[in-house]
Design a protein around this ligand. Sequence first.
Ligand code: URA
Length: 208
Amino acid sequence: MQVHIIDHPLIQHKLSLIRDVKTGPKEFRELLEEVAMLMAYELTRNLPLEETEVETPVAKCRCKMLAGKKLGVVPILRAGLGMVNGVLRLIPAAKVGHMGVYRNPETLQPVEYYCKLPTDVAERDFIIIDPMLATGGSSKATIDMLKARGAKSIKLMCLVAAPEGVQVVNASHPDVEIYTAAVDEKLNDHGYIVPGLGDAGDRIFGTK
Ligand code: URA
């Protein structure tokens, strides 16, 4: 399985607070943004560096800076929006695309209803943000779509994953590494992750 469980104590602590049914939307959003920032730190661990010259108040020195790799972040609507700002706080130069997918209730197949991406998809490394990797349908559809437009390097950032979703993404896109704070027990009959945290979009936007 290409799944990295990020078990940093701060992330695990914040995830437990996020899961708590008593946590209201304001705190939920703040915690989610903080976790996204901490996860972005892990996802960007292998970004290439290049040497440059910097003049400190004391002397000139050779220092390392990011080698100008072009990054793209694609939150899947709507819950993905809750993690974007945390990621952008660490990598502000990343371009942000948006992807909207719903599940056709008859065919159960994902249907794209919104897609707006940077123009140079083929030149960017992408982080797709899908906080709840449940059935895996939306993530798979988004990866399919990015690859169809030429993307070659994609990572998937989740908060909580179900084994079923991990399996679907792994089977269809084994090159896409999944980063999550937890892989939970299962999906229930309504497609919710158990124990999960409920509907992430509703909890972010207070729509329940
Ligand atoms: N989407 C959510 O927001 N929560 C789940 O448990 C599954 C999908």
